[in-house]
Every structure is written in C-alpha cells, then in structure tokens.
Design a protein around this ligand. Structure first.
Ligand SMILES: [Mg+2]
Length: 264
C-alpha cells in the first residue's frame, strides 16, 4: 500500500498550471507596441492630467519603475482619473495591426496538456484584442487582468475607491491572483518578459520562465529567447498524456484538439 502511494507521488505532474503574461511575452518586443503604449501614456499625462510636457517622460519612467505600472504610479502619487478613460486612451488607440496571427504558438498552446491561465496588468479589452490578433482565442482556461484585481465598482472618485492599484510585481497582486484562480504556485510555471515580475513570482513560490532573454538571473528557473522555444526547453510539459488520461487528470486537454502544425 505504502509502495503504491510512493509510486503515485512519482507520477504526479510537476506542473499543474502555466501562468502567462501577455505583452512582450506572447509576442516579441520587436512588434513595437510597447513604444506606442509609452507614447500614449505620456500623451495622457499631458492632455488629461495637465502634467508638463517636458517632465512627463521622466515622471512616467519613475512611476513605472517605482509602482509597477505608470497607472498605479499616477494613482499612488495622488492623481485622480477614471480607469476606463485611461485604458481607452492608452490601449484603445494602439496600432493592433502590428500584431499578426501566430499559428505556431496556437498549435503549441493547444497541444499542452496543462491548465493555462493569463495574468496581465492590462485591462480586459486589451488582453482580448491582443489574443484575437495573435489568433490565440480559446487557448487559455482563464484570464486574470486589471479588472480581476481591481474591482470595477471602485469607480474613480468614489468614497470607496482604494488608494492603490494592484498589479505585478507587487507580491500581494500575485497572492490575490493565485487565490482567485485557485493556483498552487509550487505546481505552476510563470512566464513573463519582466525580470522584476519574475523575481516577485519566485518570492511567492512560483517556478519561473523569463521570456525574451537567454540570460540567467536571480529568480529565473528557465529563460527563453522566444515563447516559440517552449517545446525545446520544456519537453516534459508534453510527456504526461498517457498518465493524465488514465488518471482523469487533465480535462482541458481532452476537450482540445491538436491542430495541424502551421509555422507562422
Ligand atoms: Mg510583459
């Protein structure tokens, strides 16, 4: 009986969940979307918040570095603004046509016999638009985004509005996200292009994959120059099929068909 228990332990998958950032992780930094986003943020600071044109770029950098996102920083230093207005100004005007369908990544994701969850600081509409442009709709089991961590009923200016915005790399944001999605960090691989997000993820117990880099750094378990290298770097993620089926372990995999491989 005891031996059987040990045998079953050995067969348990190391990873039950894959947690993915979106921007500059599911598509490359070279898309140019980040520069456009930064440009829109600076324009928002000047046009909507009345911040001096010359000071806005430096302040934006400072706030991003200090508070996780520019939006969280603006809120933390006392600017009051409507979250929806910010998102439609900053994300709503992005040139999404810069992103193209990535059939190779879609095939990889759909063939993975593991639960897949998005964890992005961006708003729901942005995440949905990016996934649509990349052809990745239906590849993820759940989406954790701005609205998940920052309830929409906390309207700006409301007496009940929180004084801060929850976002990566705050450890509390990871903890809330993991609890909401019922994710065990010890059995989860987290993918992100930001080293500070990776390091925060490590502190809360997640296994980490630094995407967009081939370097090693503190808190990094694996690094991938591109998310496309996933299968070469972590082939074990695909090696659970027989066991999973026999143990009724992964319902999602059985629901999803494996598509014909098409290289983007
Ligand atoms: Mg990112």
């Amino acid at each position: 009986m005891e031996q059987r228990k040990i045998f079953q332990q050995d067969l348990l998958p190391k990873y039950e969940c894959l947690l993915f950032d979106v921007d500059d992780t599911l598509y490359p930094l070279s898309s140019g979307l980040l520069e456009e986003c930064t440009h829109n943020i600076i324009e928002y600071m000047v046009q909507r918040l009345g911040i001096d044109e010359k000071e806005a770029p430096g302040l934006n950098q400072f706030l991003y570095k200090s508070y996780g996102t520019s939006m969280a920083g603006l809120k933390a230093v006392g600017y009051d603004f409507d979250y929806d207005d910010y998102h439609s100004f900053v994300h709503g005007r992005l040139p999404y046509e810069k992103l193209h369908a990535d059939f190779h990544l879609r095939t990889l994701l759909l063939s993975l016999p593991v639960r897949k969850v998005i964890f992005s600081n961006a708003n729901k509409a942005h995440v949905a638009e990016v996934l649509k442009r990349l052809g990745l709709e239906g590849c993820f089991d759940e989406i954790i985004c701005f609205e998940t961590l920052n309830q929409s009923d906390y309207a700006s200016g409301s007496a009940f509005a929180p004084t801060s915005i929850l976002c990566k790399p705050q450890e509390i944001a990871f903890e809330v996200a993991l609890t909401k999605a019922d994710i065990n960090p010890r059995k989860t691989l987290f993918f992100d292009d930001s080293i500070r997000n990776i390091q925060a993820a490590k502190r809360v117990g997640l296994h980490t994959v630094w995407v967009g880099s081939s370097l090693h750094s503190e808190g990094v378990d694996f690094s991938l120059e591109s998310i496309h290298n996933l299968k070469e770097a972590l082939p074990e993620l695909w090696q659970r099929d027989d066991f999973d089926k026999s143990e009724n372990r992964n319902k999602n995999y059985r629901k999803m068909g494996v598509e014909t491989s098409v290289v983007a």
